[in-house]
Design a binder for this molecule. Structure first.
Ligand code: FAD
Length: 477
């Protein structure tokens, strides 16, 4: 008899797991309450990169004389047209997933899934009907949603989430962004380029304060954000937002998380702004769906625990993607990779996720991307490492396209030259990181990278030049 696999949640984790399980011969049902593609396609990766693309084009238009182009008038964003383009791209992609599921014979059920007993799922459809779906194996991919601050919850007008920000029908004059992590910094750069006066408030001592992001990348990003006239207040937190007067009055105080705060960062202050975007993290969607009826416990925030084979402690129940919370890595390509592994393991495989070689792609302007260890992490592990960096301005292609800010850094093992980490800030960093990811995944060396001929003129030469430096024969860097 075919293995009946039910997958709850049709984001990049769930729909990819569904396709893989069907390819392997399972009878698959995918349950999704909203549009297929989840956060990533409908209110995350894809819409935000559509905004980032428009911001980048606008930026280039502003610099058009530098490239020998005369334009009459002032270029400015047309928000309704931008939103229409977003809808078009997203709906094309959603339809693409629908036909992918159909082509692979996956049954797609629209509705909200909950559990009363092990081995079955109740699905409440939009028509109010309840369907009962039996399963031998369950994959939970319910994802996450924006986390709000109880003292000033989202109202969709003055205090907004990333989802609201991707539906703005006009460019706000000013915005305070609470949280200088990935989403906060991406929106800060996009909105500043669209014309908003942006202030970012970050509780720690640098923007992008993630362990995986090299401190040097944060420094360059902060310099470039200053050039865009973005204000950022580090070591501070937003303590209150008063929206009683139409706009938002934001109270800011010293951060309880930061160490060695300077006296100037202690003084409380207030900023009046059009909108406040809260981007302080995500919360689990798994609460209230009856996981306890399966015998599956979550932590107190609702995150599910799974091992590197994506198995939960409950037999034949797997969990993937954002549902696993910050203990793993909350990124779309991680959810998809976990989906493939969970599907294969559900059908007799024995594969493990490699969390040591996950690329991170941050769509600020300039972009930031990383894979593997930072220099700091490698030294903390007691490894004997070297870190070599080359500036983009030394690369011909960067001069051609007029994108000079940034650098690439390779962290390698002094003993054997093994590439331990690659960190890039600069033009197309999010594409360039693929080579670093291959290097870290396959365990190749800086000698291998230096011996690889890179096409000229390309931005990828920055990786080759950095490898040249690491093997002691820098050419241009
Ligand atoms: P989700 O994509 O959250 O999908 C879960 C799905 O489950 C949802 O569609 C939900 O409706 C459904 N669901 C939940 N509960 C039920 C239920 N009970 N019944 C039925 N259906 C249910 N990641 C990147 O890698 N690159 C980026 O550039 C990037 N940019 C981002 C930008 C923003 C603004 C945001 C918010 C996120 C971004 N992310 C990015 C993160 C990425 O979107 C997530 O990591 C990814 O979507 C997680 O996939 P998932 O399948 O685990 O969950």
């Amino acid at each position: 008899m075919r293995n009946r696999i039910a997958i709850l949640g049709g984001g990049p984790g769930g729909y990819v797991a569904a396709v893989r399980a069907a390819q392997l011969g399972a009878e698959v049902t995918l349950i999704e309450k909203e549009a297929l593609g989840g956060t990533c396609l409908n209110r995350g990766c894809i819409p935000s990169k559509i905004f980032q693309t428009t911001a980048g084009i606008l930026n280039r238009f502003r610099r058009c004389q530098e490239f020998g182009i005369q334009v009459e008038g002032t270029p400015r964003v047309d928000m309704p047209a931008l939103l229409a383009r977003k809808e078009k791209v997203v709906s094309t992609q959603v339809r693409g997933i629908e036909s992918l599921l159909k082509h692979n014979g996956v049954a797609h059920v629209k509705g909200t899934g909950t559990f009363k007993t092990y081995g079955s799922m109740n699905v409440l459809t939009a028509d109010g009907d309840t369907l009962r779906i039996g399963w031998d194996t369950l994959i939970i991919s319910t994802g996450s949603e924006p986390l709000e601050i109880p003292a000033f919850p989202f109202d969709g007008e003055s205090v907004i989430s990333s989802t609201d920000a991707l539906n703005l029908d006009a460019v706000p004059e000013s915005m305070v962004i609470v949280g200088g992590g990935v989403i906060g910094c991406e929106f800060a750069c996009i909105l500043a380029d669209l014309g908003t006066r942006v202030t970012v408030v970050e509780a720690l001592d640098r923007l992008l304060p993630l362990p995986s992001v090299d401190a040097g990348c944060s420094k360059v990003l902060q310099r470039e954000m200053k050039k865009k006239k973005i204000t950022f207040l580090l070591n501070r937190t937003v303590t209150a937002v008063d929206t009683s007067n139409g706009s938002a009055l934001v109270s800011i105080g010293p951060s309880p998380f930061a160490e060695n705060i300077k006296a100037k960062d202690h003084s409380p202050m207030q900023i009046e702004t059009d909108k406040v975007l809260v981007s302080i993290g995500r919360r689990s969607n798994s609460k209230g769906i009856g996981l306890e009826n399966l015998g599956l416990e979550t932590d107190n925030k609702g995150w599910i625990a799974a091992d590197d084979r994506l198995r939960t402690p409950v037999e034949n129940v797997f969990a993937i993607g954002d549902a696993l919370g910050p203990e793993k890595v909350m990124l779309a390509h991680v959810a998809s990779a976990e989906g493939v592994i969970a599907a294969e393991n559900a059908l007799g495989g024995d594969r493990k996720m490699n969390y040591d070689a996950v690329p991170g792609a941050i769509y600020t302007l300039p972009e930031v991307a990383d894979v593997g260890l930072t220099e700091h992490q490698a030294r903390e592990k007691g490894l004997d490492v070297r870190a070599d960096a080359v500036l983009f301005r030394t690369i011909g292609k960067a001069q051609v396209i007029g994108e000079l800010a940034g650098e690439a850094k390779i962290v390698s093992d002094v003993q054997n030259g093994r590439v331990l980490g690659v960190h890039i800030i600069g033009p197309h960093a999010t594409d360039l990181i693929a080579e670093g990811t291959l290097a870290v995944t396959t365990g190749c060396t800086v000698q291998d990278l230096a011996a690889t001929i890179h096409a000229h003129p390309t931005l990828s030469e920055v990786t080759m030049e950095t490898a040249f430096k690491a093997v002691g024969r820098a050419l241009h860097g």
